[in-house]
Design a protein around this ligand. Structure first.
Ligand code: AMP
Ligand code: GLY
Length: 423
């Protein structure tokens, strides 16, 4: 079989490696892939948002199945366009990808269907937004409506900070059209849990839970990033919490999307906060998380391609999706200065990896036979072990064996999860 994967980060590398475990897969094309992915797939220089070129390539190569991983092509309708030429594709249609692409949409959906989330108001008028901030006070959270590379959220501790965020989004166009509508919501407190799920619009099969580490520096300080590391499972996601989530959030969300005529098929990602008042939705993503995927897929014991095709064909109910009860940790090696200002083109030498160890490449290119950094997040160093404590230790061993002088990582990935286990 020929498989096409749209995207070119660490998440896509993890997806490709998992797909390749199926012996029926003989070629994987990555569009655009990256210098590290090139060891596992044929990388083709077509950008993830060049929908017409992606579709033309799929037709030319007669690919059997496609996986559209990033949010942008999903929001642009890449799955719809591939289906039009007869290529089945994993991922939601454009009309369902809106659950991530518009926070105004997802918040209104949750309100209409009684799905627990922070209380909120949506604004297109800046003066009204500023008046609302004054009325509610701080702490308060300001979110740009549209896709903003995970950077469109300001958790403001003061009214001044919140108003500045509103002005930046609505008057100064910091996130372009994505910020012309803003959602202002209640500040929630509690541990965060990421739950990726497979859904075919009928059943929801949650994957093993995980915990992201979004801030750049140790102790959850520094600016927000795309994610500096992950662990799975997340100890805060107890069986009781999982049961409530299924009943109060997961199934109601899928049913709400059906009721709206926007059936969601693919990976639906629930970003949750476990508050004193029960689990609440912080955000939905219409895709696999990055770097959550890098710890979730190594724990998947079932064949990924089989599960994905069952999702696309609406057969998930009859398909086994089995996860290992072991633990995984991913430590991200990023370029010094990320996420603000950083240099690319620095040499990386990867160590050999054995069983239960993976290095997923997020941002690198090959030049003159050398692997060079290319981007902010460069590598995800992953280990799977029987316990979370061992997984964390082993993932750091992998990260420390990488030669990458311009790189840095957080030294406390997994610490919060391990502390929670000790309680
Ligand atoms: P999002 O892009 O919506 O996931 O938001 C990014 C991060 O901002 C989340 O992971 C949370 O840590 C934080 N956040 C978002 N919404 C809230 C909220 N209502 N209360 C507190 N923190 C929030
Ligand atoms: N790690 C969070 C995300 O993929 O959006």
């Amino acid at each position: 079989m020929k498989i096409l994967v749209v995207g070119g980060g660490g998440r896509e590398h993890a997806i490709i490696k998992a797909l390749k475990k199926n012996p029926a897969v003989d070629t994987v094309y990555a569009l655009p892939g990256n210098g590290g992915i090139a060891a596992d797939a044929v990388c083709v220089p077509i950008g993830a948002t060049e929908i017409e070129k992606i579709v033309a390539f799929a037709a030319e190569k007669k690919v059997d199945y496609a996986v559209v991983a990033p949010d942008d092509p999903l929001a642009l309708g890449c799955v719809d366009e591939l289906e039009k030429i007869g290529v089945p594709a994993f991922g939601p249609h454009k009309n369902a990808a809106i659950i991530e692409a518009s926070k105004a949409f997802s918040k209104a959906l949750m309100k209409k269907y009684g799905i627990p989330t922070a209380s909120f108001e949506t604004f297109t008028n800046m003066d009204k937004a500023l008046a609302y901030v004054d009325k509610v006070g701080a702490p308060i959270v300001v979110k740009a409506d549209g896709l903003a590379l995970g950077k469109g959220v300001t958790v403001a501790q003061t009214v001044g900070e919140a108003k500045r965020a509103v002005r930046e989004m609505m008057a100064e166009g910091k996130f372009g059209a994505s910020g012309s509508t803003v959602v202002i919501e209640e500040y929630l407190e509690g541990p965060e849990v990421s739950v990726l799920s497979f859904t075919d619009g009928s059943v929801v099969v949650p994957m093993v839970s995980s915990m992201d580490h979004k801030r750049a520096h140790d102790g959850d300080t520094g600016p927000n990033t795309g994610g500096m590391g992950t662990v799975a499972p997340n100890p805060y996601y107890t069986p009781e919490v999982a049961e409530r989530c299924m009943k109060e959030i997961f199934l109601p969300t899928v049913q709400a999307m059906n009721a709206e005529g926007r059936t969601f098929k693919g990976c639906l990602y629930f970003g949750l906060m476990i508050t004193g008042d029960g689990p609440k939705v912080i955000e939905y993503n219409c895709r696999f998380g990055d770097p959550e995927t890098q710890v979730v897929l190594p724990l998947l014991e079932s064949d990924l391609l089989t599960v994905m095709r069952a999702v696309t064909e609406g057969r998930l109910r009859d398909t086994e999706v089995k996860f290992s009860d072991r633990s995984a940790c991913c430590v991200v090696l990023a370029s010094q200065g990320y996420p603000v200002k950083y240099q690319s083109g620095c040499e990386i030498v990867l160590p050999a990896t054995g069983p239960d160890r993976e290095i997923y490449v997020a941002g690198a290119e090959v030049r003159d036979g050398k692997l060079l950094s290319h981007g902010g997040r460069v590598l995800g160093c992953v280990a799977v072990e029987d316990t979370l404590e061992e997984a964390v230790r082993s993932a750091y061993k992998v990260a420390d064996a990488v030669k990458f002088e311009n790189g840095f990582c957080r030294r406390d990935i997994g610490k919060r999860a391990l502390d929670a286990l000790k309680k």
